[in-house]
Design a protein around this ligand. Structure first.
Ligand SMILES: Nc1nc2c(ncn2[C@@H]2O[C@H](COP(=O)(O)OP(=O)(O)OP(=O)(O)O)[C@@H](O)[C@H]2O)c(=O)[nH]1
Ligand SMILES: [Mg+2]
Length: 360
């Protein structure tokens, strides 16, 4: 699961990044970030800890979210630099989900726009949404023009092209009207027709208001991307806590009145926005948690673990992790008749232990 942080320069993306990953990157205030930082943030899961305590494997591996921290998106007005802005966004389309970071703290590092020390999260959000949807419009519209041209020339793929064109025209009409694509109710076939364009408007979003206060009136406007989760985070404080020795963190979190660390809250928000669940594998040496989209099947779970497992898939042995904790061992789960043999199409549930029987 690749999660990209998006926001204006100075909104605190790198600070958020440092609050959720294990190896902080240096902040260079005033300097323009040029590269995208990428690290995997571990998803804390008490169920995994309990399985580890029972089975004492050599290795206990948490599920991970790959977090991208790209350079900020400076607001460009209208046509200015449009090409360049759209190209920059193209690389970010590969992410599976986005966290929109808006600044809600006073800052003087807004070098690109003097006099903007006071936060205006609603304006930042509105600008970001417009930028993303404009880029989507350009992609959809470009493709529409090309298909129309192809149809006029009478290419052989007419039927397929016409179906794709119909979906793209629905998208572009919504985008042109300044609406997002969240209301676009695509069936599976139509979704597949335009999946390759990776439109931002069809992806899951989390809204992160970064600052000491939750605040933010007017955030409802410019919400056409319909973030499915919202986080209020003081990234600066959270990054400081994350830089401490893990044993010291809980006391500081309590002092700051923070219920659970940023990494955990961010992971929850992303899980909710995307619709993710966790399943577990328990081998001799390793007990491990994995993420899976809700509604996905045993064969999808198998290919997460290893493509070979999916290729040689025979059956999945499935039981709930709690049944293992209660029984004390896999053998006892089996003896109690709780281990089920499931087919490829079995929909994996949150918290299940899945063992793939495979010919490979
Ligand atoms: N007071 C306060 N300052 C913050 C907070 N988050 C970030 N900052 C400060 O704001 C400045 C910019 O933070 P960064 O995390 O580098 O912002 P960014 O979004 O990564 O910026 P670019 O990479 O240039 O796009 C730094 O000086 C941070 O210390 C916060 O929650 N509160
Ligand atoms: Mg940064």
């Amino acid at each position: 699961m690749r999660v990209a942080l998006l926001g204006l320069p100075g909104s605190g993306k790198t600070t958020v990044f440092n609050a959720v990953v294990d190896k902080p990157v240096p902040l260079a205030p005033g300097a323009l970030q040029t590269d995208t930082h990428v690290q995997v943030a571990k998803v804390r899961d008490e169920r995994l800890d309990r399985l580890g305590a029972l089975l004492k494997p050599k290795k206990l591996t948490a599920a991970g979210l790959e977090i991208w921290d790209p350079p900020g998106l400076p607001p460009g007005s209208g046509e200015r630099d449009k090409e360049r802005r759209i190209r920059r966004l193209a690389e970010l389309r590969e992410a599976d989900a986005y966290v929109l970071v808006v600044r809600n703290f006073v800052s003087d590092s807004y070098a690109y726009e003097p006099g903007r020390e006071q936060p205006d999260p609603a304006a930042e959000l509105g600008w970001l949404v417009e930028e993303l949807l404009t880029a989507d419009f350009v992609v959809a519209d470009g493709r529409i023009q090309r298909i129309r041209e192809n149809l006029r020339r009478g290419v052989r793929t007419q039927d397929k092209d016409k179906l794709e064109l119909a979906v793209l025209e629905r998208c572009s009409a919504l985008l042109e009207a300044g609406e997002g694509l969240a209301s676009l109710d695509l069936d599976a076939a139509d979704e597949k027709r335009i999946r390759g364009y990776q439109l931002f408007g069809l992806k899951p979003f989390v809204l992160l208001v970064n600052g000491p206060e939750p605040a933010a009136e007017g955030l409802r406007e410019g919400m056409v991307l319909r973030p499915k989760a919202r986080l209020d985070l003081d990234a600066q404080v959270e990054a400081e806590v994350q830089a401490m020795d893990p044993a010291e963190r809980p006391a500081f979190l309590e002092e700051f009145g923070i219920d659970s660390p940023a990494a955990q809250r961010l992971a929850h928000a992303v899980y909710r926005a995307v619709g993710l669940i966790s399943f577990f594998t328990v081998g001799g040496d390793e007990v491990r948690a994995w993420t899976l989209r809700d509604g996905r099947t045993a064969i999808d779970a198998a290919s997460k673990v290893h493509t070979d497992l999916a290729d040689g898939f025979v059956r999945a042995e499935v039981f709930d992790h709690q049944e293992l904790l209660d029984a004390g061992s896999e053998k006892e789960v089996k003896a109690r008749g709780l281990m089920r043999l499931e087919h490829k199409g079995y929909v994996v549930k949150d918290g299940e232990v899945v063992h793939i029987r495979s010919t490979k």
